[in-house]
Design a protein around this ligand. Structure first.
Ligand SMILES: NC(=O)c1ccc[n+]([C@@H]2O[C@H](COP(=O)([O-])OP(=O)(O)OC[C@H]3O[C@@H](n4cnc5c(N)ncnc54)[C@H](O)[C@@H]3O)[C@@H](O)[C@H]2O)c1
Length: 250
């Protein structure tokens, strides 16, 4: 155990799987107390067990990020268990393909609810505790497709672009109350979500990555760790691409 996040209490949405689970484990290794907020209880509890087995401190709370009451419940649980909240990582997200002609209004609304409105709800629910901590940090997970859109992913691209601008607006809004807000912009990472991407699309995407391979969840976790730590105390409102150099060549 190291201590780059000693004294931090971090709520990580989507912490049951992929990029969220990697952050939960990495944050706990560095001394944070971790709350995993997710719908997938079984997988989340597996991550909690791993963290505890490694000597860390973590708990699971069932959180539907699209529901305001569920958010209030999760924040209250974090505060009750660990005495406050210093860090929020909005990582939960979904993807399904669909251009403007194929996407249904139901699909659009679902994508907006999980990828975009959830971040608004999360910031709204967490901000009183983050301000109270005197040293809060919010990390929102966007996507390279929210910076450089591709055809055939209308709602995903739109929601992920919104995440970046919401982060910057929040960064300005809370800068004088001691809360930093930053965005991580992942390229294509090896997680269950990429299993939904057709193999030919994945192959084509990999060929565009200067490093020639997909990223690992730990690459995102290490970036989030830095932004969550006091090492990043002068950084707010940034987009941090972690993408094997992809965005350089777009
Ligand atoms: N994997 C990639 O290549 C990649 C690239 C760019 C951006 N991202 C973004 O990173 C984030 C995490 O992706 P991942 O690859 O780890 O995906 P994942 O599917 O492995 O994990 C997503 C998690 O979000 C949870 N979740 C979904 N809906 C929820 C809800 N309503 N309430 C609470 N939890 C909910 C799921 O249960 C799951 O645990 C997403 O926002 C995704 O858009 C991923």
């Amino acid at each position: 155990m190291a201590n780059r996040l000693a004294g931090k209490v971090a709520l990580i949405t989507g912490g049951a799987s992929g990029l969220g689970a990697a952050q939960a484990k990495r944050f706990a290794e560095e001394g944070a107390k971790v709350v995993i907020g997710d719908l997938n209880e079984e997988m989340a509890k597996g991550v909690v067990a791993e963290i505890r087995a490694a000597g860390g401190d973590a708990l699971f709370i069932r959180l539907d990020v699209t529901d305001a009451a569920s958010w209030n419940n999760a924040i209250a649980a974090a505060v009750e268990a660990f005495g406050g909240l210093t860090t929020l990582s909005n990582t939960a997200g979904i993807i399904h393909p669909g251009g403007f002609e194929e996407e249904s209004i139901e699909g659009w609304n679902k994508m907006v609810a999980v990828n975009q409105t959830a971040i608004f709800l999360g910031i709204k629910a967490a901000i009183p505790e983050l301000v109270k901590s005197g040293n809060g940090s919010i990390i929102n997970i966007s996507s390279l497709l929210g910076m450089f859109p591709t055809a055939g992913n209308a709602s995903y691209c739109a929601t992920k672009a919104a995440v970046r601008i919401m982060s910057k607006a929040a960064a300005l809004e809370f800068v004088d109350r001691g809360v930093r807000v930053n965005t991580i912009v992942p390229g294509v990472m090896n997680t269950p979500i990429t299993a939904n991407v057709p193999p030919d699309v994945l192959k084509q995407q990999t060929s565009q990555i200067p490093m020639g391979k997909l990223g690992d969840p730990i690459d995102i976790a290490n970036g989030a760790l830095f932004l969550a730590s006091d090492e990043a105390k002068y950084i707010t409102g940034v987009d941090l691409p972690i993408d094997g150099g992809w965005s350089v060549g777009v």
